[in-house]
Design a protein around this ligand. Structure first.
Ligand code: GTP
Ligand code: MG
Length: 504
């Protein structure tokens, strides 16, 4: 059976109708996953470094916003979007991300010169732009992103958080983490001869990333055809068209509505072309479309409901004049002074301060990445995967749930049956899980339940099953909070299934 077809049939979101009655919204995203290797876990490795190093330069200062009204005005003016950069290794994600920061005035020439020298010393001359995003030594030496880099920039209408995912296949769990926090995706594709082909092949990360992004709730994609300046490309319309025409059917198969949810544009991340300003006709006569900033500006994404119960999965925590937790608001609104619960432990906490980037704010709604200072809880008592939650209407806690699973590719074509064990990634939770019972198989074509009793299934199957975890976790039904009820199952570093929670 064809994997792509399987995935398409799973594309729970884009299917017109869903077997469990979830009519599926172009809704929101789930949250953060964590990786099995623990690369992003606990001690907030690069995310924090990144935020600091990138932001230290732009001299952003803590800005106290005094009245709620002012603050609301401030936030209403500009929406906030999380954008994840995905794509095959070396496609130019970090270079493009770095260039965006440079062009938006956040990195000065001196720093660039310093990076040029450092890159040269490491015999990686062309990597200097990527160094803006790749801040740790291992990444700079190897020229590969490992942990999801984080940075911020603004256009006229939007405040963006860039999540720069790694392309290398060993770091797919980190990519899942980045994509699960994102509202939109920038899929970077290298147009250089041979490079597009390797990424697009089966087993290439262009494919895997697109499929994961869709599953993780990245509903809109901007496909940037990068390295258009490369001598093997030289802004060739033929090469661009070839890539676009090969990508379109694949994106469709992966569940994207290409007309509505996807747009393409040519860029050079390294040279900074078609990023902040449109392309010069003398360089590329055939492109009439927008530049990257314009395209990002014009993407429309439905946002979560600010009036629904508050939920913020915790991706990290640290001590700083109290306990500070980090995460993305998936639903509801948080205000200074709120009394909330940290689930699943039901620790009562009080909100002491809320920060968006370096700015202190008095309230924040869905989609915002926050740092929240809390009283009433010790940092040691919080784990990533816990959820800061409305006290009146806290998130559900379970050790077992029913889910509709799409089996992608089992290792060694194993069979999937009761007793199957894998690692569950749901928002910021990473937990070992076991399939305890297969309840019903669903015909991928008709999406109707198959009457026959099901004992095992194979690659490509859609199956309703009971899933058990050892520790209590915080999740929701997909139909109530899509981003908190959508998950992936991974084993030995491979995504074997994706699914959504249908009953708790
Ligand atoms: P991973 O994080 O390891 O997945 O790679 P990445 O996608 O972040 O790629 P990165 O930005 O590190 O760039 C990889 C290589 O491609 C570097 O040598 C870059 O200089 C080069 N590169 C990136 N963008 C362009 C471009 O627009 N034109 C040319 N000619 N080279 C580029
Ligand atoms: Mg990179």
């Amino acid at each position: 059976m064809d994997l792509e077809e399987d995935i398409r049939s799973l594309q729970l979101d884009s299917a017109a109708e869903d077997i469990n009655g979830v009519v599926n919204p172009e809704d929101e995203k789930p949250d953060v996953d964590k990786m099995d290797e623990g690369l992003l876990s606990g001690s907030d490795p690069k995310q924090e470094v990144q935020a600091q190093s990138v932001e230290a330069e732009p001299k952003a200062k803590v800005k106290e916003i005094l009245s709620v009204q002012d603050e609301e005005d401030e936030q209403m003016k500009k929406r906030h979007l999380n954008v994840v950069f995905i794509g095959h290794v070396d496609a130019g994600k970090s270079t493009t991300g770095g260039q965006i920061l440079f062009l938006s005035g956040q990195v000065d020439d001196r720093t660039i010169q310093k990076y040029e020298k450092e890159a040269k010393d490491k015999s990686r001359e062309s990597w200097y732009m990527a160094y803006i995003m790749d801040t740790n030594e291992e990444e700079r030496v190897k020229g590969k992103t490992v942990e999801v880099g984080r940075a911020h920039f603004e256009t006229d209408t939007t405040r963006f958080t860039i999540l720069d995912a790694p392309g290398h296949k060993s770091y797919v769990p980190n990519m899942i983490s980045g994509a699960s926090q994102a509202d939109i995706g920038v899929l970077v594709i290298s147009a250089r001869k041979g490079e597009f082909e390797t990424g697009y092949e089966r087993g290439g990360q262009t494919r895997e990333h697109v499929q994961l992004a869709k599953t993780l709730g990245v509903t809109k994609l901007l496909v940037v055809v990068n390295k258009m300046d490369d001598p093997t490309v030289n802004w060739s319309k033929e090469r661009y068209d070839e890539i676009e025409s090969k990508m379109i059917p694949f994106l469709k198969q992966s569940g994207y509505n290409v007309k509505k949810d996807v747009s393409f544009l040519p860029i050079s991340g390294l040279m900074g072309l078609n990023i902040k300003t449109r392309l010069d006709k003398s360089l590329c006569s055939w492109w009439d479309g927008p530049c990257l900033f314009e395209s990002l500006d014009s993407i429309e994404v439905p946002m979560g409901d600010p009036k629904s119960p508050f939920r913020m999965p915790i991706i990290d925590k640290f001590k700083d004049m109290g306990t500070v937790v980090m995460g993305k608001v998936e639903s509801g609104t948080i205000r200074d002074g709120d009394s909330l619960l940290i689930m699943p432990n039901k620790d009562h906490v009080k909100v002491v301060a809320i920060y968006i980037d370096e700015n202190r704010v008095t309230l924040a709604g869905p989609g915002e990445n926050l740092r929240v200072r809390l009283s009433g809880v010790e940092e040691e008592d919080i784990l990533s995967g816990f959820v800061l939650s409305s006290a009146a209407n806290p998130i559900s806690t379970v050790t077992e749930f029913v889910a509709q699973l799409q089996i992608l590719e089992l290792l060694d074509n194993a069979i999937f049956t009761a007793g199957y064990k894998a690692v569950l990634h749901v928002h910021s939770v990473v937990e070992e899980c076991e399939i305890v019972e297969l309840l019903q198989q669903i015909d991928p074509k008709t999406r109707k339940p198959i009457k026959k009793k099901v004992l095992f299934v194979k690659n490509g199957a859609i199956v309703l099953c009971r899933v058990q975890v050892n520790n209590v976790i915080c999740v929701e039904k997909f139909s109530d909070f899509p981003q908190l009820g959508r998950f992936t199952l991974r084993t030995e570093g491979k995504t074997v299934a994706v699914g959504k929670i249908t009953a708790l």
